[in-house]
Ligand binder design. Sequence first.
Ligand code: MN3
Length: 201
Amino acid sequence: MAYTLAPLPYDFAALEPFISGDIMHVHYEKHHQAYCDNTNKALAGTALEGKSIEEVLENLSQLPEDKRSAVRNQAGGYFNHTLFWNCMKPQGGGKPAGDLLKVLEDSFGSFESFQEKFTAAAMSVFGSGWAWLVAKDGKLQIVQTPNQDSPVSQGMTPLFAIDVWEHAYYLQYKNLRADYVKAFWNVADWDGVGKRLIQTK
Ligand code: MN3
């Protein structure tokens, strides 16, 4: 079965004023759709065709060399954006609660310290890429990936992410990544992160 895009979990303009509807339209309908379509093309006829997207990303080494980088980029982009839409919600932001808050405090000292470290990671991605909160071996970590590389390919479970490719913010924030990252905290979906955390246990 070819991959398709899951519907965006909210309206295109629902994250305004923090993320504009224009950005969401282009990002979801053009960029994400292209990653999806190109994943289907790149996987056609390979041993991983028809597998779950996680399985594909975990087993890139099984692909023939001439397909591997295309699948790494396209399937990474397809998976990463699906997660990204689910890291945001209208009326999000604030501070997480419950288990998630406790785990963030245990891992990073405080929620504010987690926010500082994640912001620093998002700001210091050179060029195009992502900053992530991931779980690995029962521990939380903040990591960066370049391009569309996915933490799934490194045996990590992504819980939360910010896309810092320019296409994620340029239409609204021009070159000011710091303003975009600051705005992003207002739409963070902590309930979604908390649900993914439970699934890692
Ligand atoms: Mn993107």
